[in-house]
Each structure stands twice: as C-alpha cells, then as structure tokens.
Design a protein around this ligand. Structure first.
Ligand SMILES: [Fe+2]
Ligand SMILES: [Fe+2]
Length: 229
C-alpha cells in the first residue's frame, strides 16, 4: 500500500493572540520532549501517543454534550474527533510493540495524563478555537518527528524491524511490511489530524478551511465480544 501524498511543509502562521498562545505552548512542549527523549524515537512515540489520543476524546465529549443541550447537529465533528482518538490509540498500540516504556516513563505517562486531560478539558470549554489550534500545532510537530524517525531508520540508527501484526491488520499493510512502512502511514495520519484540527480552528475563527490531507485507510479491529459470540 502506498501511503497518500502529504505536504510536509504545511504550517499555519499564528494570526492572533489565541494562535500565538497555541504556538508558544506547543514549542515549549516540543523543547521538553526533545530534552527528555533526544533521539529515542520509539520511546518518544509511545509516550507522546498516550498524550495525542486525549484531545480527540475531550473534543468529542464536549461537542456531544453541547449538541445534546442545544439539540443541534454536530456537522460530523463528533465522529471525526472520536476517529482521531481511536487512530492515536492505534499508534500507541503499534509502537508499544516496538519500544517498551521504562518504569520512569510509565510514571511520567500517569502524571502527564492527569494534568493534560484536565488542562485540555478546561481549555476546550474556554476556547475550542485555541484547543483545536493547539492540536493543529502538535500535529505539525508530530509530522516533523516522524520525518526524523524515518531518517533514523534510513541511516541505520534505528533498526527497520518487521511491522507489528496489529499495524499490518489496521492499515492493511502487506505481510512483508517493515517499521519504515508503518512510520509512513502514521505520519500520513498525523498530517490528516494536523489539517483537520487547523480546519476546525479556522472554522471557529471564521477563516477559510482548506481540504485536509488524505487519511490512509483504517480497518477496524473485530471486537473481542463479537469473536466470543
Ligand atoms: Fe499519533
Ligand atoms: Fe496525531
């Protein structure tokens, strides 16, 4: 499977105070991640995907509740955000097969989840536009990080191991797929999230919304309860 073409150079130029806060916050977190992980891309992916899977579910929850209260249509936002959360969780389930987090990293994940979930929930209530812009900028950084990961693999600093079975099923990759193929489809997912979230922020700001980068096809995994029936 050839991953969809993605434009690596997409960057939303911060256009106001809300954008500048979102961009500054993202750059501060990028610095923390670079300092903490350096070139350990497998560990970086596992820890950061536990964070990346939070905003979609928060956005979906808050929009769901708002639509119930206002008895209005969601214009497809809730499903899009839930799909994003599931997709990020599948990134996590894939990379956990490649790198196992250390005990310290597991402790960091638990602490960060509490802080980030509450922070992002509060931010989304106060300014959904800023919240989606933050995610758009996070995803710009994710595209850059996975591009670095590809370079690490291509230059032999990270082993190009066989793709985990879960990744082959989820993205419909061939039997002989390797880690490099997985990173390519994950990066395409991140580019899609990047454009969708900048698009949502633009829509809330009354700005033009561009067509998002195409998303690679995903195959939902059969639920265990169905298998048992
Ligand atoms: Fe991700
Ligand atoms: Fe993402």
């Amino acid at each position: 499977m050839i991953p969809p073409f993605i434009d690596l150079s997409v960057h939303h130029k911060p256009g106001g105070l809300s954008d500048r806060i979102a961009f500054g916050f993202t750059k501060a977190l990028r610095w923390c991640a670079d300092t903490f992980f350096a070139e350990r891309y497998g560990h970086r992916a596992v820890v950061l995907e536990t964070v990346a899977a939070v905003p979609g579910m928060v956005g979906a929850t808050i929009n769901h509740l708002a639509c119930l209260r206002r008895m209005c249509d969601d214009k497809g936002w809730i499903k899009t955000l839930m799909d994003e959360a599931e997709n990020e969780r599948m990134h996590l389930m894939t990379f956990i097969e490649i790198s196992k987090p250390t005990l310290f990293e597991r402790a960091v994940i638990m602490g960060v989840q509490w802080v980030f979930y509450l922070f992002f929930f509060g931010l989304y209530l106060v300014s959904p536009k800023t919240a989606h812009r933050v995610v758009g900028y996070f995803e710009e950084e994710a595209v850059i990080s996975y591009t670095h990961y590809l370079a690490e693999i291509d230059q032999g600093r990270s082993a190009n191991v066989p793709a985990p079975a879960i990744a082959k099923r989820y993205w419909g990759l061939p039997d002989n797929a390797m880690l490099r193929d997985v990173v390519l489809v994950v990066r395409a997912d991140e580019a899609h999230h990047r454009d969708v979230n900048h698009g949502f922020a633009n829509e809330l700001a009354g700005l033009p919304v561009a067509e998002p980068a195409a998303c690679p096809p995903h195959h939902a995994l059969e639920p265990n309860w169905k298998k048992a029936a």
